[in-house]
Design a protein around this ligand. Sequence first.
Ligand SMILES: Cc1ncc(C[n+]2csc(CCOP(=O)(O)OP(=O)(O)O)c2C)c(N)n1
Ligand SMILES: [Mg+2]
Length: 321
Amino acid sequence: MPIEPQDLIEMYKTMLTIRRFEERAAREYEERHIPGIVHSYIGQEATATGVCANLRLDDRIVSTHRGHGHCIAKGADLKRMMAELYGRKTGYCKGKGGSMHIADFSVGMLGANGIVGAGLPIAVGAAMAAQLEGGDRVAAVFFGDGACQEGTFHESLNLASIWKLPIVFVCENNGYGVNTPAEYSIPVKDIADRAAAYAMPGVVVDGNDAAAVYEAAGRVVKAARAGKGPALLECKTYRWRRHAESKAFAELRPTGEIEAWKSRCPIASLERRLLEEGMATGQELADIDSQVLALIEEAVRFAEASPWPAPEDALEGVYSV
Ligand SMILES: Cc1ncc(C[n+]2csc(CCOP(=O)(O)OP(=O)(O)O)c2C)c(N)n1
Ligand SMILES: [Mg+2]
């Protein structure tokens, strides 16, 4: 099905929402309004957006430590997200989880996850549940290039394949695990090649091109819905900021490399396409940006005005064995 102008405009708005949310989170972190740690998704917006644009509300996703973009693309509430980052009672985890523990089951977002590679088996479970329920619900799981060297990646692809589960494995290859280059830790050029070992399709796509991700994800989501089993989608992308906002993470990547990827900004390139192909005017896109900025401002105000969790609630809503 050809991509409609309205789909592109929606994706533009989603990517801009992620970008503005992350810019503001970085600023608030710098100003010490946000405790804990924040991993920015800036630069990778097209991946979450292009994949989730193919998903229904009742489909499920599982995310990573770099999860704000996935939450937003799946429809999570900006106010509750920001409040969680701020550690406030109105946040998704009542302020006890922070950036890496945002989940919203009502929109099919089963959770970010601070443990690298831990999301894959959870998503396999969600896909298995979907299969047992019948119907055509699917699961998608996001993970980085770094997670692909872990046992959970291989075990999850294997199980999904033998059980023909309705799941899409979305590898966001941003070229680094913290500061370790992917070429150092990964012997294959394309992680998608590993799909062959599990008898599933492996697809490489430009992860900075929202339309390309949308189309590639659309094909594998459709196949999963039709009971044809899983696929591995490798989105080649890049993060613009250091591994996490804290200065404790040194920036060891070459400056030229960062600048080169910035010149391939996923939002700017979609903006060019929308303008060149007459799908939107500059004024319409500026209006979208103003709307998005107002929503982010509202989320920050909500977080700032929200109460802290009460000390006597420390043991409420937490689970340990
Ligand atoms: C099991 C585990 N090992 C190590 C870490 C520390 N750690 C946090 S993020 C990260 C890098 C992950 O790289 P990648 O999967 O490529 O994701 P990216 O940060 O690039 O989005 C590491 C090693 C962790 N959180 N969990
Ligand atoms: Mg990575």
